[in-house]
Design a protein around this ligand. Structure first.
Ligand code: NAP
Length: 288
């Protein structure tokens, strides 16, 4: 039976450490780090909940958290104008653009206008590109959370078969590069793999299987190699409950380590976001 990762506990420890670092860094009349959240799309309970998690974590670690809600009718240039003024505002450390955005506005397009050193989520093209060279310090928050969980769980990735299901630009693709940086043998599966009917074949090879698809309980127990590490990034609603992309009870029978949903990757993702804000603050304020 697998050991279930306690993401809340990992996040608590990270947040305690960040809180102590920020306390030590912000002295005298210096401004605290400040994270500005921009929302513009249809109001959604899920998005509001995620923003509330960010607000709570920010308050705990000592980051000032401000929200800006633009009307649902906001255009791409309205959002970009806001970003431009926040980029120039010396009191603003970092910016996050919440999803969903109004229809027709590409998240990538607006995030690309944030100054890379103010990119809270680590998904500006420059920050993503730095992963290629293994010198990113502001990292995409969800892949960063996956790597943190693996490190804390003492999973040695060197030469291991890592299979990632999902190749989005914010989770699967950057994560695959982070895995390569750890010298893992990395396979990325996606809709093409599923259409060819070879998902299970790949999943069964995995020493470490990471699933980031957005399909409730896609991965079944018979997809898992005995003793594998299973990291479930997915967040889905099923029968009034939040579930992951992995059938937890079936896969826990085979795996050695598994992350639950909720309470696995999610809370750690918020802590990585906080860590990014602190790193951005250091870049902007601490002179070498
Ligand atoms: P996304 O942009 O929709 O990407 C999903 C990926 O899965 C795409 O690469 C897609 O391929 C692939 N895919 C779709 N159906 C598939 C199938 N049947 N078999 C294999 N691959 C398939 O989603 P995302 O933003 O990466 O998020 C993925 C999941 O993680 C969602 O449930 C999201 O809510 C969750 N999430 C969680 C956190 C967290 O902090 N825990 C953070 C971010 C996201 P194509 O693009 O080729 O169709």
């Amino acid at each position: 039976m697998a050991r279930s990762v306690n993401g809340k506990e990992i996040a608590r420890e990270m947040n305690d450490k960040l809180r102590a670092e920020i306390k030590q860094l912000v002295t005298g009349d210096a401004n605290s780090p400040k994270l500005v959240s921009i929302s513009a799309g249809k109001k959604s309970a899920d998005a509001d909940l995620y923003v509330e998690m960010q607000r709570k974590a920010s308050g705990y670690v000592g980051i000032e958290f401000c929200t800006m809600r633009l009307p649902e009718t906001a255009t791409e240039s309205d959002i970009i104008e806001k970003i431009k003024s926040l980029n120039e505002d010396k009191t603003v450390t970092a910016i996050i653009v919440q999803k969903p955005l109004p229809e027709g506005i590409m998240h990538d397009a607006v995030v690309g206008r944030i100054f890379p050193e103010k990119d809270a989520e680590g998904i500006h093209p420059l920050n993503l590109g730095r992963i290629l060279r293994n010198d990113a310090d502001i990292v995409p928050s969800t892949p960063g959370a996956v790597m943190k969980i693996l490190r804390i769980s003492e999973v040695d990735l060197y030469g291991k078969e890592v299979v990632i299901i999902g190749h989005s630009a914010i989770v699967g693709k950057p994560l695959s590069l982070m895995m390569l940086n750890e010298t893992a043998t990395t396979t990325v599966c996606h809709i093409g793999t599923a259409k060819k009917g070879s998902l299970v074949k790949h999943a069964l090879q995995a020493d470490v299987l990471v699933v980031a698809v957005g399909k409730a309980e896609l991965v079944k127990g018979d997809w898992i190699k005995e003793g594998a590490v299973v990291i479930d990034v997915g967040i889905n609603k099923m029968g009034g409950k939040i579930v992951g992309d992995v059938n937890f009870s079936e896969c826990a029978e085979k795996a050695s380590i598994i992350t639950p949903v909720p309470g696995g990757v999610g809370p750690v993702t918020v802590s990585i976001l906080m860590r990014n804000v602190l790193r951005a603050y250091r870049k902007q304020n601490v002179k070498n």
